[in-house]
Design a protein around this ligand. Structure first.
Ligand code: C2E
Ligand code: MG
Ligand code: MG
Ligand code: MG
Length: 276
């Protein structure tokens, strides 16, 4: 009886595997076509706010894929597949060029772009970034590249060399999803970054009655002591925003203040003089 049930489960599992393998292959094929077509990717921009004044001081570019049949797709559904099949490089370079060109004339201190681990270990990364900066005419210090510490698991030496070379050119480096890796604080001791982005799982855990979040307090304290900027991601309530501002977290991002929006929408915001 139990054995039969077990066998049944194996069959179901294999069918599910087949379905997910087929789905993955279909996405890979469609991604190749999207890159060839050249016009299926879009950037949304999420404002970054000063924690005390809530003024918009920056924006983060977040890629979307407008699939011809499936509609707008979130990065979680296609970035990992693009990384596995070698397609994240052309997508990532498009993101860089598009975001820097769009943001050059926005009244913002910084434009943030997410880099995949695959891009971070590419020896050509510095040239690619340099090329995008030159083409757009943006000042390098307004460019912030977001990396995650898990990127350093493979090819740590080239990753470190890329980070150092980019910073030497004036580009800023932010550690995204900070605190979710197993050695976040160790990484901070061993290499220099300009900003830490506190992962939204910690922000969601802020409980004001229990005195907030001990881990965020520790991160903000350490960052402020070292002159590293801090952004809290995923701020959804006034209580979170007020507590974060009170403990000295400099900038906030989250649905409370603003959601990611299409380039045209954020551009017309600036035209209307809403920000900065
Ligand atoms: P991330 O860089 O940590 O970006 C933050 C994510 O949290 C975004 O999701 C954003 O829409 C979402 N978010 C912002 N505020 C809130 C909030 O208040 N509450 C909640 N629940 N979520 C919030 P998105 O756009 O789906 O991006 C997911 C991830 O995909 C990003 O995480 C980043 O790791 C990756 N990604 C996005 N764009 C790119 C890209 O151009 N290249 C690469 N390599 N990765 C990208
Ligand atoms: Mg990010
Ligand atoms: Mg993040
Ligand atoms: Mg994240």
């Amino acid at each position: 009886e139990a054995k039969a049930r077990g066998r049944g489960r194996v069959v179901l599992f294999e069918e599910a595997m087949d379905a997910s393998v087929q789905r993955r292959q279909a996405i890979e094929k469609d991604l190749r076509e999207a890159i060839a077509a050249g016009n299926q990717f879009e950037l949304y921009y999420q404002p970054v706010h000063d924690a005390r004044t809530r003024a918009v001081i920056g924006a983060e570019a977040l890629v979307r894929w407008r699939h011809p049949l499936l509609g707008l797709m979130a990065p979680a559904t296609f970035v990992p597949i693009a990384e596995e099949c070698g397609l994240i490089e052309p997508i990532g370079e498009w993101v860089l060029r598009e975001a820097l060109a769009a943001a050059r004339d926005w009244p913002l201190e910084s434009i943030a772009i997410n880099l995949s681990a695959v891009q971070l270990r590419n020896p050509a990364l510095v040239d690619i970034v340099q090329g995008a900066i030159m083409a757009s005419g943006i000042e390098p210090r307004r460019v912030e590249l977001e990396i995650t510490e898990t990127s350093f698991v493979e090819d740590e030496d080239i990753c470190r060399a890329n980070v150092a070379a980019l910073r030497a050119q004036g580009v800023r480096i932010a550690l995204d999803d900070f605190g979710t890796g197993y050695s976040s604080f160790t990484h901070l001791r061993t290499f220099a970054v300009d900003r830490i982005k506190v992962d939204r799982s910690f922000v969601a855990g802020i409980n004001r009655r229990e005195g907030g979040s001990a881990i965020i307090r520790a991160i903000v304290g350490l960052a402020n002591a070292r002159g590293i900027a801090v952004t809290a991601e995923g701020v959804e309530t006034d209580g979170q925003a007020e507590w974060l501002a009170a403990i000295g977290c400099g900038t906030l991002q989250g649905y409370l203040m603003s959601k990611p929006m299409p380039a045209r929408a954020i551009g017309s915001w600036f035209d209307a003089g809403i920000a900065a």
